[in-house]
Design a protein around this ligand. Structure first.
Ligand code: RP5
Length: 181
């Protein structure tokens, strides 16, 4: 259901969906209400042609599912996990505790505390269990970081990342030039 909703959101943004049978990235989130934020990670991975899966897995509401997802991810071929959650956002840290895979945490702005609660819950991990935490609601950066991690063993992907940086620079310079005219 969540993948169907994601598909319709991405279609609206003109992005092609690359969900495949053997995903390299697992995008998980605590609730389907996180999808409007987390879809940006999927959009970015589509752009780079990286396969992924999308699942709702809640640390508090479906702890058994979280356990089975995290403990089986590596053997299923997942190489990086992007985990988004809001409020008391325990999902990324708990998943990182159960898998040797790199986990990228996305703090979602979901409560009256404007995402500060999620940010601190995700970033303040104890020594020994790291979560690479991106900015509040910045699932695009989570996607970019996943591509960079995968790129260490995939030079085509790193070349595409270099091109992405070049394109971004050109875009900024073109806009700056227009302002000067
Ligand atoms: C968290 O609680 C979820 O990740 C979500 O950001 C937040 C609110 O969830 P819902 O009440 O909208 O399902 O666990």
């Amino acid at each position: 259901v969540v993948e169907a909703r994601l598909n319709s959101m991405l279609k609206g943004e003109g992005s092609e969906n690359k969900i495949e049978a053997t995903p390299r990235v697992g995008i998980i989130m605590g609730s389907d209400s996180d999808l409007p934020v987390m879809k940006d990670a999927a959009k970015l991975l589509n752009m780079f042609g990286v396969s992924y899966e999308v699942r709702v897995v809640s640390a508090h509401r479906t702890p058994e599912l979280m356990f089975s997802y995290a403990s089986s991810a590596r053997e299923r071929g997942i190489q990086v996990i992007i985990a988004g959650a809001g409020g008391a956002a325990h999902l990324p840290g708990m998943v990182a505790a159960m898998t040797p895979l790199p986990v990228i945490g996305v703090p979602v702005r979901a409560t009256q505390l404007s995402g500060v609660d999620s940010l601190l819950s995700i970033v303040q991990m104890p020594r020994g269990v790291p979560v690479a935490t991106v900015a509040v609601n910045n699932a695009t950066n989570a996607g970019l970081l996943a591509v960079r991690i995968l790129g260490v063993g995939d030079s085509d992907l790193l070349t595409r990342m270099s091109q992405y940086l070049e394109d971004m620079k050109d875009d900024v310079l073109t806009k700056a030039e227009k302002l000067q005219k």
